[in-house]
Each structure stands twice: as C-alpha cells, then as structure tokens.
Design a protein around this ligand. Structure first.
Ligand SMILES: [Zn+2]
Length: 160
C-alpha cells in the first residue's frame, strides 16, 4: 500500500473513532462530515499542490485533537472552526470546489430575478392590468430555465 493511502485511511479511521466521543448534535454542527470530505480532496490534490501537501499536517493535527477540541473550551472550538474554514477556502479558491447544488441554487435565484423583471416589463408595455400574471409567469419560467442551467453546470462541477 502506498504511503499516501496509509495517511487517508489512518485519518478517516481516526475521525471515525473520535466520532464516538462527540455528541451527535456537535457532529452535525461542526461539519465533521465535511472534514471527512476535506481529507479526501486534500489527498487527491496533494500530488500537485504543495499547499494541500502541507495541509495534510494541519488536518492530522485537527483530527488528533478533534474530540478534545469540540468537547473543550469555546476557544478550542473556535480554533477548530477557523482551521476548517481555512482548509475549505483553499479548496474553493485554488481548486475551484463548490458546495453541492451551488449552481442550481444560484441560477434558480438568478432565473427568478430575471424572469420576474422581464415578465413585469413585457406586461407593463402590453397591459398593466396583467401585471400579477406577468410576474407569476416570469417567476415560474425563470425558475425552470435557471434550474436547468444550474443542474447542467453542477453536473460538470466538482463538489465539496
Ligand atoms: Zn491545494
């Protein structure tokens, strides 16, 4: 087995063990499932990215003290959150990872805004009595088109 595979297996196992010491609510609140994904992404990019390679050390430190930090003082919880945020921001900015359904949400919202604007404008020119209908049609049409574009873009996107 390669050395890098040993690291990822050891790290994920360590998280699994510490999970037993962490309250279920804290597990969700402190995004420990995200931490597991960060481990996998960081391993994947480490081959070509020195920053990820050095982040593996950071992750090992976080994971070693995971239960202690989350069950510990406010300062230790804050420190954990800050480190998680740093790891995430590197993956997002340098490796262009996005949260699941990122584009679907974004384009649904954009679609609604554009649809409502266009619907209102058209009705405003034709007949202002139909304003409600124009806005509603614009909303529905914009949402559908936006969602489709977003889903297509999300399919091509790597997610966290
Ligand atoms: Zn990297």
């Amino acid at each position: 087995m390669e050395l890098k595979e040993v690291w990822i297996i050891k790290t994920l196992n360590n998280i699994k063990e510490q999970r037993l010491l962490i309250h279920k609510k804290d597990y969700v609140f402190y995004h420990i499932d995200t931490l597991e994904k960060i481990v996998q992404h960081t391993q994947k990019f480490a081959a070509h990215c020195p920053h990820c390679e050095s982040n593996k050390l950071v992750i090992t430190n976080i994971v070693t003290n995971l239960a202690n930090n989350i069950n510990g003082s406010i300062q230790s919880r804050d420190a954990y959150e800050k480190e998680l945020e740093n790891l995430l921001s590197h993956l997002k900015t340098t490796h262009n990872l996005k949260y699941k359904s990122y584009y679907t949400s974004l384009f649904s919202l954009l679609g609604i805004l554009i649809g409502v604007t266009i619907g209102a404008l058209i009705v405003f020119i034709i007949d202002t009595n139909l304003l409600k209908h124009g806005i509603l049609l614009g909303f529905v049409f914009g949402l559908i088109v936006g969602r489709i574009i977003g889903i297509v873009k999300d399919r091509k996107q790597q997610h966290i």
